[in-house]
Design a protein around this ligand. Structure first.
Ligand SMILES: CC(C)(COP(=O)(O)OP(=O)(O)OC[C@H]1O[C@@H](n2cnc3c(N)ncnc32)[C@H](O)[C@@H]1OP(=O)(O)O)[C@@H](O)C(=O)NCCC(=O)NCCS
Length: 175
């Protein structure tokens, strides 16, 4: 059985200013940031999101087979917790190179960081931190305080990324 690493962040205490330079530097290097809400929740954009998610997920330890496109739409997009404003995207020369998706769980009272991924050639430049800053702003503006996530224990880069942002081990229920 996998002993998942469960993490949570108190977005009220998050220091945006400390991570703003990652966004600024990325923009200066030609990376653009947007959301699925801004681009439009269209069939073409859903497919592009799926393709990016699938490519990045191939690097998650023990991820196993990825969803088919139809299952992805049914289980990850056409659900009440999905919000196209919660899909932050990084683009370079028009190509989608990074993503972070955040779902909102009203009954549980917290937001959940579903997937963050950056294409391999673009990793190690702070793009995930820039994307997560946008995700954290989305969580805050949606009226939530807690952002939760969990990772496979061997996903060292993802765990380090979240700890770098201030995520801590979650004990018991979120909140
Ligand atoms: C995890 C992932 C999104 C990180 O993206 P990235 O843009 O390369 O990360 P960043 O450059 O923003 O690095 C952010 C922090 O993460 C940590 N980190 C990133 N890559 C790391 C690595 N290979 N080893 C250890 N720590 C790492 C560091 O703490 C880093 O901060 P620092 O440079 O100030 O020390 C990327 O590796 C990825 O897409 N992996 C495959 C998909 C995945 O596993 N997603 C998470 C599951 S939802």
């Amino acid at each position: 059985m996998v002993d998942w690493v469960r993490l949570r962040l108190d977005v009220d205490g998050f220091d945006d200013a400390a991570f703003e330079p990652y966004l600024t530097r990325a923009r200066e290097s030609g990376v653009e940031f947007t959301t699925m809400a801004e681009l439009g929740d269209t069939a073409g954009h859903r497919r592009a999101l799926y393709d990016l998610n699938k490519t990045c997920s191939a690097d998650i330890p023990d991820r196993g087979e990825f969803y088919t496109y139809d299952a992805y739409v049914t289980e990850r997009i056409e659900v009440p917790s999905f919000d196209p404003a919660g899909v932050a995207l990084a683009l370079h020369q028009g190509a989608w190179i990074g993503m972070t998706t955040t779902s909102l769980h009203e009954s549980k009272g917290y937001a959940f960081s579903e997937m963050t991924g950056v294409l391999a050639p673009y990793r190690g430049r702070g793009l995930s931190l820039a994307l997560k800053l946008l995700a954290i702003r989305f969580v805050r503006s949606s009226g939530y305080r807690w952002l939760a996530t969990f990772h496979h224990p061997r996903n060292a880069s993802a765990i380090a990324m979240n700890r770098r942002l201030g995520f801590v081990d979650q004990v018991g229920e979120v909140g």
